[in-house]
Design a protein around this ligand. Structure first.
Ligand code: FDA
Length: 394
């Protein structure tokens, strides 16, 4: 039976990086994945250009039942460390917006870099590999794989969350946690588009493709300023993906479609200058015309001139466009979600090493853990940082 110093399950972002670090430190590492190739989500990420980190990484950008947990790892392996590594491989990158760093060329460069780092560490990578069972005894862990069995004193679970089952996502990591008595917090899809109830969807569907810079708020007071995109299923765009992680079923979200305009003053000013101008044309100076037309068809915007608009109507209009209350029907779920909220309860893990406090030699890193970042490179930075922290301890 083969013996390794460490076995890492999941050759995604966290697993590849952890394996590379541990291998380069001289450990004999086996990295297993059930897929045909490593880093499948990395390849898909950032529209194929991988938003690999964010200049403004800070613990406040992460959701977790234990908000302090991510601090240690994020402070010890920072965005600057990963940017350095990317630089060593000559990978050109650019900041797109809000500190989000993307490859100029392709996400494949990040996967190639991680694989090269693994090769430097003589990591054994086994793809299409199923873990049939895991047993623990005094000598460590015994893994039955399809084909053979391996032994190791250190087992790292880096199998990710449930989002995008088409890319190999599985509840494997949660099952391992439960097998060894660790608590798994309820999971749900995060960074995911909203679906809408039928009548509202039927009206808004024709706006599919229209994008509006907005400020979106959740009921808990969390606010994001980004674009809202109308789709044929509901609402998407970065502002909606961000707020979806803070939304609970049944709640409303509030959308300010005109965050940079004092609408009251604008209407008054236009009314003084052009009293016979239609309200529709006036609003179309600030918002996409199609959106105004649809809201008018829905009876939400009066069909009148500016001088005909009365005080009550103007107040209602301002409320609609700056504090539009939308109650999503739900989300598109794991099928399109970028991440999974919840997961292995961090209270059971060491924030320094990611090791399970009561199960020596068992580690959880990356998305399988109850740490979920905002959209914009934060989730990869958690994968790199948690993987690095774990590798130092192996
Ligand atoms: P990851 O999912 O990367 O890897 C887990 C690995 O485990 C997979 O290779 C899987 O095949 C393997 N596995 C699962 N079950 C197994 C089993 N039973 N046996 C063996 N192997 C198993 N984040 C970001 O910061 N910037 C971005 O641009 C994007 N973009 C993006 C786009 C899309 C479409 C998605 C779905 C997600 C993103 N993300 C993102 C999120 C990011 O991809 C995610 O947070 C990280 O990949 C998580 O890294 P992990 O290594 O934890 O899991």
């Amino acid at each position: 039976m083969e013996q390794f110093d460490a076995v890492i399950i999941g050759a995604g972002a966290a697993g590849l990086f952890c394996a590379a670090q541990a291998g380069q430190a001289g450990l004999r590492v086996l990295l297993l994945d059930n897929g045909k190739k490593p880093g499948r989500k990395i390849l898909m990420s950032g529209g194929g250009r991988c938003n690999f980190t964010n200049l403004y990484v800070e613990p406040a950008a992460y959701l977790s039942a234990n908000p302090h947990f991510c601090k240690s790892a994020l402070a010890r392996y920072t965005q600057w460390d990963f940017i350095d590594l990317v630089g060593k491989y000559g990978i050109a990158w650019h900041e797109k917006t809000l500190g989000q760093l993307f490859c100029d060329d392709s996400a494949q460069q990040i996967v190639d870099m991680l694989v090269a780092e693994c090769e430097k560490g003589n990591v054994t990578l086994r793809l299409r590999s199923e873990v049939l069972s895991i047993e623990r005894d005094e000598q460590g862990y015994l893994l039955a794989l399809n084909g053979d069995s391996v032994r190791t004193p250190k087992l790292v679970i880096a199998s990710g969350g449930l989002s995008m089952p088409g890319l190999g996502a599985s509840p494997f990591g949660y099952k391992v946690a439960e097998q060894f008595g660790l608590k798994v917090l309820p999971t749900r899809a995060g960074l995911v588009p909203f679906t809408l109830h039928k009548p509202l969807l039927a009206s808004l569907q024709v706006l599919s493709g229209v994008s509006v810079p907005s400020v979106v708020s959740a009921q808990d007071g969390t606010v994001f300023r980004e674009n809202v995109l109308f789709t044929h299923r509901g609402l998407s765009g970065p502002a909606i993906l961000q707020i979806s992680s803070y939304w609970q079923p049944g709640e409303k979200v509030t959308i300010n479609l005109l965050p940079d305009c004092d609408l009251n003053a604008f209407i008054d000013e236009q009314r003084n200058a052009h009293p016979n101008q239609s309200l529709k044309n006036t609003l179309a100076m600030q918002l996409p015309k199609r959106l105004i037309e649809i809201l008018q068809q829905m009876g939400q915007i009066p069909d009148c001139t500016l001088k005909q608009l009365n005080v009550r109507q103007q107040e209602a209009l301002i409320e609609l466009l700056t504090a539009w209350q939308v109650q999503p029907n739900g989300t598109e779920g794991y099928r399109t979600a970028e991440v999974t909220l919840g997961g292995v309860d961090t209270h059971a893990l060491s924030s320094r090493t990611m090791e399970a406090r009561d199960v020596p030699g068992l580690y959880f890193i990356g998305e399988v853990v109850d740490v979920t970042g905002w959209l914009g490179g934060y989730n990869f930075q958690w994968a790199w940082a948690s993987a690095w922290a774990c590798a130092q301890a192996l």
